[in-house]
Design a protein around this ligand. Structure first.
Ligand code: SF4
Length: 251
């Protein structure tokens, strides 16, 4: 599913309520440094990628226009959400865009939270880290507890070390939401002890204020993927719930 507009919605999100989306990626393609086997945008190689990113001014104007329209029409917005067709922190002006978004939110829709869905590959960069610390909901992904398992499910481009991401997450001091996809795939099973137990250790270490566990929802590019039921996922994360972690499950 591709979103062609830079600002789209609001759409109804089970996690975030009425969500106004911001897509910082090319209008005609996906741009991500992961190529997850479950990505609803398809494979990187199949994207009609024009590689043209919206600039800061375009994003600001589109967002301002949409927030003003919603305000005039009485359309509620619970979250301004950076998601879109790829990884938003890849935008070279991500930090500047976040600053302008927060200013627009304060002026036009102060009740909305600002949320960023990120694969967390760039949170070790100081500008990205600082920008994510400013937003209300930094939602950061770890699906696999080791580099070898991440290679199967997330298929990162370039170097990716789970240990580096974990270290960078610790700098958030718990002020973020961890997002993890649970699924079964050839060579990867979120419910197996080799995936589940070290993942739980990571959760304990980075201690997010909330964990969002979800499973397949839309058609995926890879074959042989199997979703999990909400009940199954609830049982799997029970030890963490007993330890006091707040876990939201989306089946
Ligand atoms: S990180 Fe998100 S956008 Fe990137 S490939 Fe994975 S699911 Fe798709």
């Amino acid at each position: 599913m591709m979103r062609e507009d830079t600002v789209f919605g609001p759409i109804r999100s089970r996690r975030l309520g009425s969500s106004l989306g911001v897509n910082l990626l090319p209008r005609n393609g996906k741009l991500c440094n992961f190529d997850c086997i479950y990505c609803e945008c398809g494979w990187n190689k199949d994207g009609l990628d024009d590689r043209i990113l919206p600039d800061v001014r375009e994003v600001e104007e589109a967002l301002k226009a949409r927030l003003t329209f919603c305000r005039e029409q009485g359309i509620a917005i619970d979250s301004v959400t950076f998601s879109g067709d790829g990884e938003p922190t890849l935008h070279p002006d991500f930090a500047e865009i976040i600053d302008r978004t927060l200013a627009l939110r304060d002026a036009l829709c102060p009740e909305a939270r600002v949320s960023v869905l990120s694969n967390a590959t760039r949170i070790g960069r100081e500008d990205v880290f600082r920008a994510l610390r400013k937003v209300d909901n930094p939602i950061l992904k770890i699906d696999a507890p080791s580099d070898a398992l991440a290679a199967r499910i997330n298929r990162p481009a370039g170097t990716y070390h789970v240990a580096d991401v974990v270290a960078a997450m610790e700098r958030f001091e718990g002020a973020f939401i961890l997002q993890t996809m649970f699924l079964r795939a050839p060579g990867f099973d979120s419910s197996s002890p080799e995936v589940l137990l070290p993942w739980m250790e990571i959760v304990r270490k980075v201690h997010p204020r909330e964990v969002m566990v979800y499973t397949l929802d839309r058609p995926a590019p890879a074959e042989g993927l199997e979703k999990m039921t909400a009940q199954e996922m609830s049982v799997l994360v029970e030890p963490l719930v007993r330890e006091g972690f707040r876990i939201q499950i989306r089946g």
